[in-house]
Design a protein around this ligand. Structure first.
Ligand code: ADP
Length: 707
């Protein structure tokens, strides 16, 4: 079996975005604290509220949090109940009783939040403050209030809330009765996902003149943080938050029908779809690019490694010997030799040209290094070390902007491929306001995989029921369903790749670089159980055999200092830290002596450059000996759906009778066969660029010559 040799995170999928999670350990500590502090409030307690029962809600981590306040006869808060069923049980859920106690003690909602459960804390505090405001007292009653007949006290207000990667700051300027300007700063939000919320939520708020707007789909955490900070601004400006109109109702009943015409319609603005759009527009075709999310990028945005390519000018300039044949061989071996070798060969043969094409659109990938499963240094990444996915998406969007003949339609979901006598001739789609019939000479499917469609996953792989996914929200297999409906054949559909190091509460992928730089995996008994750097499928299978089917990834300060990605894990709150190995062990409820023994043995193996237990021979440059020590609890997560629509080497979709469906082309993760039973790192980006271009070339040819 080939080993994963170097660990720049492969071109697939990094992590889905949530935040505000603390360790199990902290949750455990909280529970103990609560048990020893049973709390009650006298019915006679005095205060400035009106007697009665008052209820208010606010958005928490996993849905609404509802707070009901009981005000006694003497105006004090005598009881309080909090419902937050969507809150993470051992984090936000554990924080709820603590907050309840704090508010009852303080007799107002101005209490400290619980560290690590920021979302739940903010929601409980906001709902409690609203309920107390209804009771005619508390914070709002004593806070600033706009003059009668006005909505706001004119001025500029700045407040912050916690987003995905750190603070999000919202500066709001108001006149007496209008929101004049909203500026949002959230530099730490995930590029091309949360960053879109930072760019777009201000517009939504301004248009609605209200904080009651929808969060940006797929960027809920950042959106909610923006709205929380914005509401704080409004409160500081003396506004009554209850006075703003509720969100608009469902618009389905008043949707209009619209017809559009183009040369090529492309479904999905991920890497493959954008490549195809640019290439088609450069060939002079009019393109409509449909994207169901409010932003482009799909799973491509999450790729942090690079693009595999052989015999490139960068390799030659850097004296790296590689060959198309070796690329094909490595990909076949990595894919357990069930890949479609013709597709693999086409990908390898066209990979160097793909690199040249990226140069030409202003997205050079000049840094070449080794990657898991590759014999030679072959993975091409951005020179500055940034994640390849976000880098390519940014460059491609810029190029699309420059080209007049691409119309990108966001928030627009393709629902059906239209055919006439078996030939694809357009797409049906819809957005919030319209149903579209888009007539086209050719259709390119680039909808990505189905990693975020649990029903489909279970349908093809019932053993994966309940497994978390690292896929982006839009990756729901729509293209596979639409293609099947017009007779397409599917290939390798049950081949689904698990990634072994996924934090389960946030679905955050812990990059392979952490193991590549020297981290180890231990089970709940504090013992190693595998060579941590075997292929993803093998390490995942080994984890599933451990007690509880999970493991901990363990590393030290030296490793943290050398790897930028770790800061994100720390700021998200998924790491547990100990000043000594024993302290870390106690926090993760592992026997301290066993973990210390495991670490000391491992450090000896690193010194000897020999792992007699599991034969690991890579990622052993440095030992784990520099305090503090860290652990992240991980388990396998769905990472890449290798199967999908059957295509030929011209990216024509093949039907169940083994014939091309005229006018229909496909590229990217929606396609099956390229990666076989296991995709190796760096091949997702090679796939989208090479086959995105081929699908486009074929579609252009079809438009011009009908072949
Ligand atoms: P690829 O491998 O093709 O580059 P990505 O995951 O990067 O895949 O991108 C696929 C894109 O397709 C995502 O942005 C996703 O939101 C979009 N998409 C999926 N289904 C539809 C649909 N029915 N209509 C429009 N866009 C879609």
């Amino acid at each position: 079996m080939k080993k994963e040799r170097h660990w720049s995170e492969p071109g697939g999928i990094t992590s889905l975005i949530i935040m505000g999670v603390i360790s199990l350990v902290l949750a455990g500590v909280l529970c103990i604290y609560l048990q020893s502090n049973v709390f009650s409030v006298s019915e006679d307690i005095e205060g400035g509220y009106s007697p009665g029962s008052y209820t208010a809600t606010a958005d928490g981590f996993g849905g609404p949090v509802e707070v009901t306040m009981q005000i006694g006869d003497n105006g004090g808060i005598t009881d309080m109940s909090i419902k937050g069923e969507g809150e993470t049980p051992d984090v936000g859920g554990a924080a709820i009783p603590l907050l309840q106690q704090a508010i009852l003690t303080a007799q107002n909602a101005d209490v400290d939040g619980v560290t690590g459960a920021t979302f739940t804390s903010d929601a409980v505090k906001a709902a409690a403050a609203d309920a107390l405001a209804q009771a005619g007292g508390g914070e709002v009653a004593t806070g600033p209030k706009a003059a009668d007949g006005n909505l706001f006290i004119p001025g500029t207000y700045t407040e912050t809330a916690t987003g995905f990667g750190g603070d999000v700051t919202v500066t709001t300027t108001v006149s007496e009765n209008a929101i004049e300007d909203v500026q949002i700063v959230g530099d730490h939000e995930t590029e091309n996902i949360g960053s879109f919320a930072v760019q777009m939520m201000g517009g939504r708020i301004m248009e609605a003149q209200s904080p009651n707007v929808d969060a940006l789909t797929g960027a809920t955490v950042t959106s909610n943080a923006i709205l929380a900070a914005f509401k704080k601004d409004l409160k500081a400006a003396g506004a009554d938050l209850e006075a703003f109109p509720a969100k608009e109702d469902d618009t389905a009943s008043r949707k209009k029908y619209e017809e559009l015409n183009t040369d090529i319609v492309i479904i999905g603005a991920g890497g493959a779809g954008m490549t195809a759009a640019i290439n088609s527009a450069q060939a002079g075709k009019d393109v409509i690019l449909l994207e169901k999310m409010p932003y482009a990028g799909g799973n491509t945005t999450k790729a942090t490694g690079g693009m595999n390519a052989a015999e490139t000018h960068y390799q030659k300039e850097q004296g790296i010997d590689d060959s198309v044949e070796q690329f094909v061989e490595d990909t076949m071996e990595g894919g357990h030799n069930i890949n479609d070798k013709d597709l693999v060969t086409i990908m390898a043969e066209n990979s160097a040209e793909g690199i040249d094409w990226l140069d030409s659109i202003g997205a050079p990938l000049s840094k070449v290094s080794f990657s898991g499963g590759a014999t030679n240094a072959r993975i091409h990444a951005p020179e500055d070390g940034s994640g390849v996915g976000a880098y390519l998406v940014t460059a491609m969007l810029k190029k699309i902007d420059e080209l007049d003949n691409i119309k990108v339609m966001y928030n627009t979901t393709a629902t059906d491929i239209m055919t006439l006598e078996g030939t694809a001739n357009g797409v049906m789609a819809e957005d919030e306001e319209n149903y579209y019939t888009i007539h086209a000479k050719a259709v390119i499917l680039a909808t990505g995989g189905f990693g975020n469609n649990e029903d489909m996953i279970v349908n093809y792989r019932s053993d994966l029921e309940g497994t978390v996914t690292t896929s982006a929200p839009g990756i729901t297999g729509d293209g596979i369903v639409m293609a099947e409906a017009v007779g397409a054949d599917l290939t390798d559909i049950e081949q689904i790749q698990l990634h072994p190091t996924v934090e389960q509460k946030t679905s955050m992928l812990i990059t392979e670089s952490v193991r590549g730089d020297g981290a180890i995996l231990v089970n709940q008994d504090g013992k190693r159980f595998t060579d941590e750097l075997l292929t993803r499928d093998v390490v995942s299978a080994a984890e599933l055999e451990q007690p509880g089917s999970y493991a901990y990834i363990i590393f030290d300060q030296r490793l943290r200092d050398g790897l930028k990605a770790i800061e994100k894990y720390v700021s998200t709150g998924i790491t547990v830290q100990g000043d000594t190995i024993e302290e870390l062990a106690e926090k993760i409820e592992v026997d301290p002596a066993t973990l210390a023994d495991t670490l000391s043995k491992w450090n000896q193996y690193v010194a000897d450059q020999k792992d007699p237990d599991f034969g690991r021979d890579t990622g052993m440059e440095k030992d784990l000996s520099q305090a503090p020590y860290y652990a992240i609890k991980i388990a396998p997560g769905i990472h890449h759906t290798m199967g999908g629509v059957h295509i030929d080497t011209s990216a024509r979709v093949i039907d169940t009778n083994d014939k091309p469906i005229p006018g229909l082309f496909a590229a990217g993760e929606v396609v099956g066969g390229v990666h076989g039973g296991n995709r190796i790192g760096g091949n997702a980006v090679a796939d989208i660029v090479v086959f995105g271009k081929i699908a486009s070339d074929s579609a252009v040819d079809w438009c011009e010559n009908g072949k």
